[in-house]
Design a protein around this ligand. Structure first.
Ligand code: PLP
Length: 346
């Protein structure tokens, strides 16, 4: 990895690939292996994932997070059913309408402070159940950690799971950043998974080159998974190279160390900014994201040197993401730059 100072707080996807993942890919690149997942790397990776998630069901490897969401949601939905999600959910805002297009479902977004649904918020979208004129809510989609950099606590997840069970709703969890949530909560992946029927586990933002897993918690939902993954063009012929990436991340809990580090860098950034006038941290910093409100002139000036997203132009809110490979010195120079711009232009 490069020694050059980081200039991007734009996304955890701006990071490179962890050297252990590259090493695992190189080691897997010897000789031939049977295609489409019938290889020993896939058997080991999916076996280890199933063990970590404590499932009687299956684990399926796919190329990317959008594909994982479409596959996972599709396993839980009947053809007339709709998905309740937070308005900020990636499936609602950033996937080019793929759940609607690919699954023919309807999303029922709910304005959710801090990106988190609650039973009360979910209930607001249940009107019309049993009425043939309405799309029938069948699945609740949670993102853990959320698009706002917050995490559902285990008691919050338990309340949602119990409410959903009582109301015949299945729970899907978009876990593109599940590792960051486990690191923040100090819980196991199985603890998180016990609150969902199907969930995803992101490798890409955690140091992989590109791999995600769809974890099915109960065999009743997996009958069509192999066929849907193929139809949705998420079946890799050279599957050993997807599996090798997860084997590297799972070895000696590298996934957890990467997420813990990324989270710590976000906390360092937020803490470093706590005394800087004119910077207001917008949400609790619980994963690898910091959202802040600052003067639009400061945003423009900072963006001359640094890469990051303006999340909400109207309210002058930016998103700063950290990553597994960011150093304390990268964060500290960004803090110094923000403080200097805020001081000069105020
Ligand atoms: C919460 C969440 N889910 C899913 C995805 C989709 O991942 P991909 O870009 O690999 O399709 C992202 C990507 O940013 C994400 O943030």
């Amino acid at each position: 990895m490069t020694d050059k100072p980081r200039k991007s707080f734009g996304s955890d996807n701006h990071a490179g690939i962890h050297p252990a993942v590259i090493q695992a890919l190189t080691e897997a690149n010897t000789g031939e292996a049977v295609a489409y997942g019938a290889d020993s790397w896939t058997e080991r990776a999916t076996g280890e994932l199933k063990r970590l998630f404590g499932t009687d069901g299956e684990a399926y490897l796919v190329f990317n997070g959008g594909g994982a969401n479409v596959l996972g949601l599709g396993l839980l939905l009947d053809r007339h059913e709709a998905v309740i999600c937070a308005d900020s959910a990636h499936i609602n805002t950033d996937e080019c309408g793929s759940p609607e297009r690919m699954l023919g479902t309807k999303l029922l977004p709910v304005p959710a402070p801090d990106g988190k649904l609650t039973p009360d918020l979910i209930e607001t979208r249940l009107a019309g159940r049993g009425d043939q004129h309405f799309a029938q809510a069948g699945v609740v989609s949670l993102t853990q950690s959320t698009e706002c950099g917050t995490c559902y606590s285990l008691p919050e997840l338990a309340k949602i799971r119990d409410f959903c069970r009582a109301n015949s709703l299945r729970v899907f969890m978009d876990g593109a950043r599940l590792a960051n949530a486990a690191a923040h909560l100090g819980c196991t992946l199985a603890d998180l998974a016990s609150h969902a029927d199907v969930l995803t586990f992101g490798g890409t933002k955690n140091g992989a080159m590109g791999v995600e897993a769809v974890i099915v918690m109960s065999p009743e939902y997996q009958a069509n998974a192999l066929y849907l993954r193929k139809q949705q063009m998420q079946l890799s012929s050279k599957m050993r190279f997807l599996a090798a990436q997860f084997l590297a991340l799972l070895d000696d809990d590298l996934w957890l160390r990467n997420a813990t580090h990324a989270n710590a860098m976000a906390t360092r950034l937020a803490t470093g900014l706590s005394d800087v006038p004119g910077v207001q941290i917008r949400y609790p910093v619980e994963a690898d994201a910091v959202f802040a409100r600052l003067d639009p002139r400061h945003i423009a000036e900072l963006r001359r040197e640094w890469t990051f997203h303006v999340w909400d132009e109207a309210n002058s809110i930016v998103r700063w993401m950290t990553a597994f490979d960011m150093r304390e010195s990268d964060v500290d120079s960004f803090v110094a730059s923000i403080a200097s711009v805020a001081g000069t232009l105020s």
